[in-house]
Design a protein around this ligand. Structure first.
Ligand code: UT7
Length: 331
């Protein structure tokens, strides 16, 4: 009998309607379209403006898109994982609400948080459950409402992030397609450079923390940039070496969309040419857990059965890694 692998068999996505362009940001903070474009590659990002709607709203929309496209009975889903750095609330898990709302009434569900690597790590988790033989349909959603934790008077962060969500379904595969290898790393030193100081167990919310704006994202961009460039390229290179993949064997690089310059450095190190690099940072900015599945959503039609995809991500924590996956169907 062939070894059981876990393959992605369907993709869904959702981005909110509201567009925040660089031009509009020019009127909000001391920045320019030219600075943002040349330093990050971002032209616009989408924000969820609907009142009372949180990350679950984005996640549900993405999951419903996948369910409709695939004509899937949600009752067949065994498990719902929501990868997110911006859950609806600190307690309870966003995934439980999402599972109920999409009609996945036979599923168990929980959230997974590893900042911008949440979805990448979620791929590892989802695939492992499927490979164990215990579960057949695992829905993994990457969703973030970054606008809920961004200070729109801080030019160093508000130009980067956007809201969005993507979803994939992992199922067993007996042709050897799906997740082939992974190389995932962490380094706790990173929490000094990309964090939200307050609202957790170290520094609970208080009048003081509100006054000091400690509930917003803080990022030492330069330091994070340096770590991201060297580590993303390093793990992508390692995955290629370990699997004897030459640059000609890689059909697609699927990189976290944090900064076009980080993506370019990674693809250069891998020797992968630009037309093989998935990119949508120009339109969505950095949607944190949404970036990888939204790339699959945008590029799905161009993907062919058997294509070799190399995923790479870097995020707060620090967390980073790379996954090698063989695509399982023609888009
Ligand atoms: O996804 C999770 C992981 N996150 C990342 O991977 C993000 C990594 N970091 C980055 O992408 C980049 O560091 C940023 C895009 C955040 C910043 O770009 P940079 O080229 O590293 O700029 P910098 O922080 O070195 O700042 C250069 C200058 C500074 O001015 P001075 O000190 O040289 O006078 C900043 O104050 O640019 C200034 N600056 C801006 N100027 C115009 C910072 N933000 C802006 C802005 N518009 N929005």
């Amino acid at each position: 009998m062939n070894k059981l692998t876990a393959a992605i068999t369907a993709v869904g996505g959702y981005i909110p309607d509201f567009v925040l362009s660089n031009k509009v940001l020019e009127t909000m903070v001391d920045t320019t379209d030219e600075w943002i474009t040349t330093r990050t590659g971002i032209k616009e990002r989408r924000l969820l403006k609907k009142e009372g709607a949180g990350t679950s709203y984005l996640a549900i929309k993405a999951a419903e898109d996948l369910i409709a496209k695939r004509n899937l009975d949600p009752k067949e889903i065994d498990m719902v994982l929501v990868a997110s750095a911006t859950p609806d609330m600190p307690v309870a898990a966003t995934a439980t609400y999402v599972a109920s709302e999409i009609g996945a009434t036979n599923a168990f569900s929980y959230d997974l948080q590893a900042a911008c690597s949440s979805f990448l790590y979620g791929m590892s988790t989802a695939a492992a459950y499927v490979q164990s033989g215990r579960y057949k349909k695992v829905l993994l959603i990457g969703a973030d409402k970054m606008s809920s934790i961004i200070d729109y008077t801080d030019r160093t962060t508000c130009i980067i992030f956007g809201d969005g969500a993507g979803a994939v379904l992992f199922e067993p595969n007996e042709e050897g397609l799906g997740l082939q290898d992974e190389y995932l790393r962490t380094d706790g030193i990173g929490r000094n450079f990309l964090k939200i100081d307050a609202g957790g167990s170290i520094l609970p919310a208080s009048e003081e923390t509100l006054k000091n704006k400690q509930h917003f994202v803080f990022q030492d961009g330069k330091t994070v940039f340096k770590f991201a460039v060297s580590n993303m390229a390093d793990v992508a290179g390692k995955i290629m070496e370990r699997n004897q993949l030459g640059h000609e064997d890689v059909h697609w690089l699927v990189p976290h969309q944090a900064n076009k310059r980080i993506i370019d450095a990674t693809s250069k190190r891998m020797g992968v040419s630009d037309e093989k690099v998935m990119m949508n940072i120009e339109r969505y900015g950095n949607t944190t857990s949404g970036t990888l599945p939204l790339l699959l959503w945008d590029y799905e039609k161009q993907l062919k059965k058997g294509d070799n995809l190399v995923f790479a991500a870097f995020g707060g924590g620090f967390t980073w890694g790379s996954i090698y996956l063989k695509w399982a169907y023609n888009g």
